[in-house]
Write a protein that binds this ligand. Sequence first.
Ligand SMILES: [Zn+2]
Length: 1119
Amino acid sequence: MERAVLLRSLSSSSSSSALASTRLFSRSVHRLPKRHHLVPNVHRRSLLRRHLGFISPVSRPSLQLNRHFCPLSVRAVSTSTVQSSPEFLGADDDVADKLGFEKVSEEFIEECKSRAVLYKHKKTGAEIMSVSNDDENKVFGVVFRTPPKDSTGIPHILEHSVLCGSRKYPLKEPFVELLKGSLNTFLNAFTYPDRTCYPVASTNTKDFYNLVDVYLDAVFFPKCVEDIKTFQQEGWHYELNDPSEDITYKGVVFNEMKGVYSQPDSILGRASQQALFPDNTYGVDSGGDPQVIPKLTFEEFKEFHRKYYHPSNARIWFYGDDDPNERLRILSEYLDMFEANSAPDESRVGSQKLFSEPVRIVEKYPAAEGGDLKKKHMVCLNWLLSETPLDLETELALGFLDHLMMGTPASPLRKILLESGLGDAIVGGGVEDELLQPQFSIGLKGVSEDNIQKVEELIMTTLKELAEEGFNSDAVEASMNTIEFSLRENNTGSFPRGLALMLRSIGKWIYDMDPFQPLKYQEPLKALKARIAEEGSKAVFAPLIEKFILSNPHRVTIEMQPDPEKASRDEAAEKENLEKVKASMTEEDLAELARATHELKLKQETPDPPEALKCVPTLSLEDIPKKPIHIPTEVGDINGTKVLQHDLFTNDVLYAEVVFNMSSLKQELLPLSMRDATVSISKSCYWPQPPKPWAIIAYYLKSPPKGIQKSQVTQACLACDLELAWAIVSSSYSHTSSQSLLEMGTKDMDFVQLNQLIGRKTGGISVYPFTSSVRGKEDPCSRIIVRGKAMSERAEDLFNLVNCVIQDVQLMDQKRFKQFVSQSKARMENRLRGSGHGIAAARMDAKLNVAGWVSEKMGGVSYLEFLQALEKKVDDDWPEISSSLEEIRKTLISKNDCLINLTADGKNLQNAEKYVSKFLDMLPNNSPVGSTAWSARLPRTNEALVIPTQVNYVGKAANLFETGYQLKGSAYVISKYLNNSWLWDRCASVFSFLSYRDPNLLKTLDVYDGTSNFLRELEMDDDALTKAIIGTIGDVDSYQLPDAKGYSSLMRYLLGVTEEERQIRREEILSTRLSDFKEFADFVEAVKDKGVVVAVASPDDVDAANNTRPNFFEVKKAL
Ligand SMILES: [Zn+2]
């Protein structure tokens, strides 16, 4: 039984409209993409942004803001949540010297209240940043410069492969073992266009050093360089099960990149980057082009590792409250084993010379047949801003400019493009400064062929006007406040602050620049502010637009045309290639290949021997706290309304949630209520300006690598109970789809003014629906949540603005509304392609329970269908829609059944009370809310949602509680053990399997069906069981910043989860036995026998499946 191959999840439907793509996990049948490859492309950010929703209830527009704020690590910087003395010591100089390190420089960095010391390892030249402070969430990372020369994907394949066993840890996947049995708060690896990062984080010191040791051993002494099978498995190989069959390509990265290469946005991004940088390493794809990957040889692969994965080419980061001497001691053990090499010279990234003439490129992308292909063009303008890296002040100013032009829905470039009606959604990430040379890109998708030219002209004229007219002072003030707020708050969610800092620092350090500089933003920010005050914003920004964009000849225009035949042409070409390969082989060759195929499979299926598993260092149960993490919560009452208060240190930021009951809404209004979030406005987002690393996180959430679920969960929710985590993740999802909404004006202000006001006074306001099943109850919990945050002294402004958003916003603007609909539709279509597992999960939930049905209506395929119809209806019958929107608002916004949740320290909570009271007085007091019954589900048929794709997403699910199952804590441990990636909604009790970018379809279902037998026959020693328990606790106790704690507590309150219950669940987790696994098998059997199947898959695979099992799938064409 291929345990490793099983992909499963306990999924839930506590989602709101959301789609669960979040909850997935995947493991395609042969193994899953695990770590993440950062697509080397200019548009990466824009991709990312979309997914920030995972992390936080951010509205889309906000996403826009987040990026680049500045070159300075504005957001990355940590102000610790705990007040502390500013002095932290570096390692003892004598100790450092004795261990072979030379201190290069040392600084106290006020912005992150840290002592940072840069060391050089004398023998090899390895560089180390050792950052000490009081942050318990310790971070380690090792980064190599790995610029590729071709698109064979060497860096990406290597990134996957080194985590497949090493000298001290000779098992198949130590990475997976660590995910299973450690308390890590972060564990992953990323491939960039020119570097590869291996970061880990933990709050437990013993656990942290365990992780560090496994990672160091993995990168310096991996088994993959001696064993071609790892290369074949992770990279590519020919697969031939029987000499009479066709040869196919297989490989984890090969398969992963096929998925990436079938997404229009990523094709556009790659085309842009490659055209901007034809002459240096960015002109090729570090992730690997599926057509080129099979050219890679094992020899080249080994050589790449030998040369670049070497201390001389390494930059190493330590951060947190652990002992700085110990860090150097651990490192010296590894580094001393090497002599210096020449890698630093060879890995240096050369710069791209600027063009003297603009370039235009037309490319095709695979599109579905049917639909109006004429309206599916994309166009994007890209500039390479400079031949050399920019100075810090210019970078900061460019980041600021980017925010002014595109950061919020009210920003002029963004607004004008979207309102032009020329396209559905923005593409291009604005200013991008993560690589050696900065770029700027902007464009539209969903453009009709005849409008391409118009889009280009509109972009150019808008930029010219901005250069000539400058920005209005409210907009400049709003941007400034947004930046400063986010600096002060420094909210990285559950993404470790130390890792956010590392990624900032490495952005310069990797190019041999000063690693300290990106951590220090105060001075340059002050200088920029002073310049704006003195000379006016126009004098600061107009010359930048002129110099870097308007008169810069290094411009690349990319036009992408939909091509319904491209996918099948590519497939045919691949097939032909493989036929040629087969024709060139002798009978002996073929027999040998079949034998090798068999051998590789056997290797993959053979579990590691217990001795090997034992070598992975783990904690013991004694290291685990017996009590769940406590969140201070006081339930009180203001003017008759329930108010929850959480007294936590927040650095003077006040976090507030206002919750309205949605369950009285008429069923037919549900999808529209997504729009209704229209009632809200967000200046930007709840997290107005997440640090760049968010982008990374968000990106990999999108294509969840193995283990990602955990981070996802942690991200969003941090540490609540798992099922809550799920609920929260889902709700942010829904938010993503509800996003833009917040963009209507009020009676007195247009939406631009309203947005600016929110930007000037607060840290952001957002609105989103939340739906979850409640255990033991038939009716789901359905709420609309308005979230806002501000500096505490602005509490009054915050509540006034929330009130304005929910009560005064006009829902009459037909044109704006139509834009939202078109944009949401575009986003849903994208999600269907890139996160089909989420769509499949939502669809299954909708067949199994009411909450799932509601969520699917508000964020699944049904929602897409609704949007398609709505788009037409806006033109045909606007008055009806408009009155429905009003009806939704009237039903929802009421003091009755309203709930307020506040997080701040005691003094600031007290200060907020009078404003809450005033706010409540202003709410209408509608008649008591009666619930409307939404008793609906989708039919329980097996369904295939057909989309143009080369990879599938396959799901199977059942409702375990229908079989009489009673929730026990052990269920978490079992699921964790099964896949190490799962979520469980004890309320809705849907247990589901999901695969991600899966080359198979029916075969995957067979694997799922084998699970109950697997559990019955399972043998497991105490070590393995302990590991599973600890890993589960790691999920339950994930790291949370204060706002997330307050939010988790609110979710528990809404779902009726008590402290007693959490304690019981924890005890059950800690006392899980093997017998629990066996008992669980009977319930999982229900999935095999009664489960419903939903696949998001290619037309050919669905046809083939229905030929093999006639009428197995009901087919629905989804795109
Ligand atoms: Zn990958």
